[in-house]
Design a binder for this molecule. Structure first.
Ligand code: NAD
Length: 495
């Protein structure tokens, strides 16, 4: 059971890390420059981080490269690697509440969700890929009789990982755990406004027995340390989650350097399609509200476009607003809060700009649309429902990454598919219907990496997550995620 007094104690007692983590230890940057870490809860500066330079990044990459070349990790027996990855998971579980409180102060996610989706998910991810370590085989090819043709899976070398601020531990672990399971060494750049928990994970990994230099973390600004990582010729692949704009830049860095492979998990504008024959419209409204408003809409797969069949549109929107009004927005460290803070002033301003733009283009605000709780000093926004959104409106086409739901109506199944597929994205979708055949048709017709039916947001580690279209390439989670972190090598032996 979560206990408010424990959370309150940890809030003041946890000491945030402040340095890069390079070669197995907390390491100050060369320049001595720092950046403030501002808490979205109340706008206070909770600590400082190193403002990394390209030199810091190069030092971390050199450390990772040396650790890969002497095979201190890649050369360990898989069963030994498995033990250490399980131990990392155990240590995350041991420190789960502390990690969660630290992370919530940094990024503003409501604590109930953060405990499950951050520390809980990170521990589960390390356990999952620990188990994969000694279950991955090479192949013997069915070549000619006088030939033995083997297919080896080898770690790729130095993996550069760049992650966003919305679920740093969960998304970070989705990349770190399979990359380590495959025997690689890593340099990680967390987001400027959510670095603290990932710095902690690097220290826990050393405590668990991971050799020094195998996992390095460099903090700082994307266009400086992220660019240095992208341009490095000693980084063999990039595993990225974030916006399409930065994804494009990474492809450019790869083209200008060593043609490293870039695996990009990008944004979405995911449609949640409600047919009049949905089995339970009240449940659909409640789940659709949670599907956009949890973590203040800062969820890559958020159901940010609601497409409702014309005949039920008005009643459904009224029910959804009723459900949304029940969500208590406020201090994310309080157990009474359903929805926490928007991550930053910048993100909040961007959210509000999108609302203004939608109204300017002819849509209507059914609820919310404004900043709230400004007197706390924190960044909070009302759950916002915008109706009358047309497919060519910016709100239908651009990712907001905030608590702003764009509502449109559709006339029939073909119209629903046309609108669902009417953006450049293809991350996730939802379909609510009692008609099994229609559900299957919609799963086939909607361009998305994940289609939910009669729910929104369900998933676990066994199921891959990845985008179609401009929502990215490659997949996190499941056994499929491991493919990114191995190179295939064939051997042809003449007998
Ligand atoms: P962002 O693209 O602004 O930043 C992501 C990371 O890239 C950060 O660590 C940032 O410092 C770094 N970065 C910025 N500029 C860089 C540069 N020039 N070179 C190298 N690195 C650079 O994204 P964000 O605002 O942190 O996160 C929100 C975005 O992430 C949304 O688009 C969201 O949909 C997406 N996201 C996608 C998934 C998924 O699984 N597909 C999951 C979560 C978030």
């Amino acid at each position: 059971m979560l206990d408010q007094s424990k959370i309150d104690t940890l809030r003041t007692s946890v000491v945030p890390p402040q340095f890069h983590f390079i070669d197995g230890e907390a390491t100050p940057g060369y320049s001595g420059e720092v950046i403030d870490v501002t808490s979205p809860i109340d706008g206070s500066v909770l600590t400082t981080l190193q403002e990394g330079s390209a030199r810091d990044m190069d030092r971390a990459i050199a450390s990772a490269k040396a650790s890969f070349e002497d095979r201190r990790w890649a050369g360990k027996a898989p069963a030994e690697r498995k033990k250490i990855l399980h131990k990392i998971a155990d240590l995350i579980t041991r420190d789960a509440l502390e990690l969660t409180v630290l992370g919530v102060r940094d990024n503003g996610t409501e604590i109930g969700m953060a405990l499950k989706a951050e520390a809980g998910s990170a521990a589960a991810t390390f356990h999952y890929y620990a188990e994969c370590t000694d279950k991955i085989y090479g192949e013997i090819s069915p070549a000619a009789d006088d030939v033995l043709a083997l297919v080896h899976r080898q770690p790729v070398g130095v993996v550069g990982v760049i992650v966003p601020w919305n679920f740093p531990l969960m998304i970070g672990s989705w990349k770190l755990a399979p990359a380590l399971a495959a025997g690689n060494s890593i340099v990680l750049k967390p987001a400027e406004n959510a670095s603290l928990t990932l710095l902690r994970i690097a220290a826990l990994a050393i405590e668990a027995g991971l050799p020094e230099g195998v996992l390095n973390v460099v903090t700082g600004k994307g266009p400086i340390v992220g660019e240095a990582m992208g341009l490095s010729r000693d980084v063999d692949i990039l595993a990225f989650t974030g916006s399409g704009g930065v994804g494009r830049q990474l492809l450019g860095y790869a083209a200008r350097s060593n043609l490293k492979k870039c695996y990009l998990e990008l944004g979405g504008k995911s449609p949640n399609v409600i047919f009049a024959d949905a089995p339970d419209l009240s449940k659909a409204a409640r789940v659709a509200a949670m599907g956009i408003f949890r973590n203040s809409g800062q969820v890559c797969i958020a159901g940010s476009r609601l497409l409702v069949e014309e005949s039920i549109h008005d009643d459904f929107v009224a029910e959804l607003c009723k459900q949304a009004r029940k969500l208590k927005i406020g201090n994310p460290l309080s157990l009474e809060t359903d929805v926490g803070a928007v991550n930053s002033e910048r993100q909040l301003a961007q959210n509000l700009w999108h609302v203004d733009r939608a109204l300017e283009q002819g849509a209507q605000c059914a609820m919310g649309g404004e900043r709230i709780l400004a007197d706390t000093g924190g960044t909070y926004m009302a759950s916002t429902v915008i109706t009358g959104v047309q497919l060519d409106h910016d709100l239908a086409q651009q990712e907001v990454f905030g608590p702003v739901l764009a509502v449109s109506s559709f006339s029939d199944e073909a119209d629903a598919v046309r609108q669902a597929n009417g953006t450049v994205f293809g991350l996730a979708a939802g379909v609510w219907t009692s008609d099994l055949s229609r559900a299957h048709r919609m799963i086939g017709a909607i361009r998305a990496g994940l289609v939910h039916v009669n729910t929104y947001g369900g998933s676990d580690l066994t199921v891959p997550l990845g985008g179609h279209g401009q929502s990215g390439n490659g997949h996190d989670k499941s056994m499929h995620a491991l493919d990114k972190y191995f190179d295939l090598k064939s051997a042809w032996i003449q007998l």
